[in-house]
Design a protein around this ligand. Structure first.
Ligand SMILES: *[C@@H]1O[C@H](CO)[C@@H](O)[C@H](O)[C@H]1NC(C)=O
Length: 273
């Protein structure tokens, strides 16, 4: 009976040890134009980027630049079809903050063959409200292009509408919130059916007083991706809340742990010690 208790204790220890195993998709910065190599605290992050100050992939300088028109980050001109209204622009600033600062986008990092970055994000499940509010506040702003990643006229050093592309309201170029979120940065985002606070979608906007909600979301998708590689980016989450997924690494690691225990595997094998 003493042996059984010892065995039970070992199983518990093994389960405990399995929890903090490091997943390489968690708490990382992508290899792109302005990202730090490793995330870390950044006390002076500017204004809309400040929610990431406890742990960020952006520097203070990048966070300030993210708020400027035609910043030195990408020389991108938000005002290519007249001045972008501030209520719309704040969403593009927030989108830039998430992209530059978030250490929680690991599960959606994709390798690219590009002159200015080696990695990008693909199919990040953006919370439904983030998409809807972005669209609502921008629907009367104007643009000439659906995909802002490519096809601009950069002859002057900043982007202008290419010949033949007329300025139209966002609501025509992007009929639904989903069109805006998904098409503007060539599928960096997908509109998630999940809502803010569900633990199943990435939030562009959050109140840092209660921590960064995207941490648990990344953890959920990172472990899912590990157990079924290639499945995570596509489609809606089909399981329940993120909490339900947390034991899965424990379950995945338990059988080998059990096999290491003398006699615990049962069946034919004789105890080796
Ligand atoms: C960020 O750094 C660049 C290069 O050192 C500098 O030119 C720029 O003025 C800085 N931006 C801000 C907002 O401090």
């Amino acid at each position: 009976p003493g042996m059984a208790v010892a065995r039970a204790l070992l199983v518990l220890l093994a389960a405990d040890a399995a929890v903090p195993v490091k997943n390489p998709l968690l708490n990382i910065c992508m290899d792109a134009k302005h990202h730090k190599r490793q995330p870390g605290p950044e006390g002076k992050l500017h204004d809309q980027c400040s929610p990431w100050k406890d742990n960020a992939c952006c520097t203070a300088n990048t966070s300030s630049e993210a708020h400027r028109d035609q910043s030195n980050l990408y020389n991108f001109n938000w005002n290519h079809c007249g001045v972008m209204p501030p209520k719309c622009k704040r969403h593009f600033i927030q989108d830039t903050c998430l992209y530059e600062c978030s250490p929680n986008l690991g599960p959606w990092i994709d390798q690219v063959d590009s002159s200015w970055r080696r990695e990008r994000i693909l199919h990040v499940p953006l919370c439904k409200e983030d998409c809807e509010e972005w669209w609502e506040d921008c629907k009367d702003a104007r643009t000439c292009k659906e995909n802002w990643h490519e096809g601009w006229n950069w002859a002057t050093g900043t982007n202008h509408c290419p010949r033949g592309f007329l300025c139209r309201p966002f609501s025509e170029v992007f009929p639904r919130p989903k069109d805006l979120c998904e098409k503007i940065w060539s599928h960096s985002y997908q509109q998630s059916p999940a809502r803010r606070g569900s633990g199943l979608c990435i939030q562009m906007w959050f109140d840092p007083a209660r921590g960064n909600p995207n941490q648990v979301v990344a953890r959920y998708y990172a472990w899912r991706k590990r157990s079924s590689p290639g499945q995570v980016e596509k489609g809606a989450p089909e399981r329940g809340r993120a909490v339900l997924a947390l034991p899965s690494p424990v379950l995945a690691l338990l059988p080998p742990a059990l096999l290491l225990l003398p006699g615990a595997a049962g069946g034919s094998g004789a105890p080796r010690t």
